[in-house]
Design a protein around this ligand. Sequence first.
Ligand code: 5AD
Ligand code: SF4
Length: 471
Amino acid sequence: MAYQRKEIDIAQVQRQKDICGEILGRNQQAGATPLAMVDTYGCQQNEADSEKIRGYLAEMGYGFTDNEFEADVIVINTCAVREHAEMRVLGNVGALNHSKKARPSQIIAVCGCMVQQEHMAQKIKMSYPVVDLVFGPHELWRFPEHLKAVMDSHKRRFAAAADEGAVIEGMPIHRDRGVKAWLSIMYGCNNFCSYCIVPYVRGRERSRHPEEILKEARELVAAGYKDITLLGQNVNSYGKDLEEDVDFADLIRMINDIPGDFLIRFMTSHPKDATEKLFKTMAECEKCAHQLHLPVQSGSDRILKLMNRVYTREKYIEKARLARSYMPDLVVTTDIIVGFPGETEADFADTLSLCEEIRYDAMFTFIYSKRQGTPAATMPDPYTRADKQRHFDALMELSNTISGEKHKEYEGKTLRVLIDGETGKDEYNLSSRTNGGRLVHLKGDRSLIGQFVEVEIVSSNNWALYGRIAP
Ligand code: 5AD
Ligand code: SF4
């Protein structure tokens, strides 16, 4: 049956905020400010989710800490994309035995994509008694209710039933990235790439109404945010599920029309849905960064087909060329999976040659990780981990070489950057980003944080650029 769009009405979210109010009352009566720790694994979507958890916790009167021994409430927001992240989470959750022993009233919650998988929720239930509360991404908006139930009953609670997901407005958000903000525009994914767990744990694609997004964007600009990243698993299919006649390019144009000096970024784009209209809009909208994260995953047509990516190498290259024809200064980055089941030397050589052809500014490379329940998990996978590691190392080397060469091209140029924080180093104490999102280290007064400045690039390495503020 087709997905039925679900919207949670504001009264239900208000009920959650009322529960926050109740917990706030109790916390105020207790005197000292209680502390919470929120630890986030995985993608930007998860970081945005953690900002909502912190939003609720702040309404309950919690302050924040990074020290688990100080925390009254700990929330671990997990990722399921690769096994490595899951192993790290389980190791860290197990280690919380120590903090709980020192502070027996401590409440430990594990949420996010990992626990939306039935077998992982079971594993925590059976083997990690230190965990009091488990909730999946679809239950995040009900976090106050779940937390209060655990507080009141002193019983463990598991809330991660299968769900296709809803659109929820009105949750509080506690942002702490300085002048940079995440803005979720849609949730879920319908693509079912054969290796990927995301569509199973985050539900179907569903877009927020444009007026809700615009309202939030206006608030961000008014609050002084200068760098706004629109988030979605596949932003290029924004609006397809809405009754309004609006697509992602239209949304960019509407946000671009908000008065103010700020940048619009977005991620992630599925190549199959990246349109000429989008590239044209990016080029025409002066606030839209010339940055495109366009995951290719593989350069081999055979593997792309097995991955269910529904584009060919040629089509991908054509799209990247088209984007660059509109924006010659476009920064293009990608994700690549090495060692997909059955990937041969020839397939891998196709990936290397595609990277040489596109010349990405940066590449995020991953060794394939088998995800239970996905189609790729049952595909024959005859190659050894050592073969995959060898390919991974070769790809990293190519990626570093190309990034280094591209960074060299910036030297001697003057460009506009947004200063976004401190590095903790003496010589280059400030960090900043170019319009295309490349990292630039600078020397200057910290009062410049949040400002756009002109910078002359004086040197570079594979990872970053170094500059001085132009007179
Ligand atoms: N194994 C390795 N990498 C994966 N990704 C998604 N699923 C897997 C997996 N099973 C990578 C893809 C995606 C990025 C977010 O993570 O490259 O674009
Ligand atoms: Fe996973 Fe593919 Fe959806 Fe990205 S587009 S979240 S890789 S299924």
